[in-house]
Design a protein. Structure first.
Length: 50
């Protein structure tokens, strides 16, 4: 699945966010609760499933 931040950044579970230590295949539920959008800094609550 993919999750989009209010700013337009998309977190793709298949890709993860390797630069932040989140490996490919990491599902959204397993992304740390303190995750912040690498573009705008908003938290997980600013993301919606797309």
């Amino acid at each position: 699945m993919k999750y989009e931040c209010a700013c337009g950044y998309v977190y793709d579970e298949a890709i993860g966010e390797p630069d932040l230590g989140i490996v490919a295949g990491t599902i959204w539920a397993d992304v740390p609760d303190d995750f912040a959008c690498p573009v705008c800094g908003l938290g997980k609550d600013a993301f919606t499933a797309i």
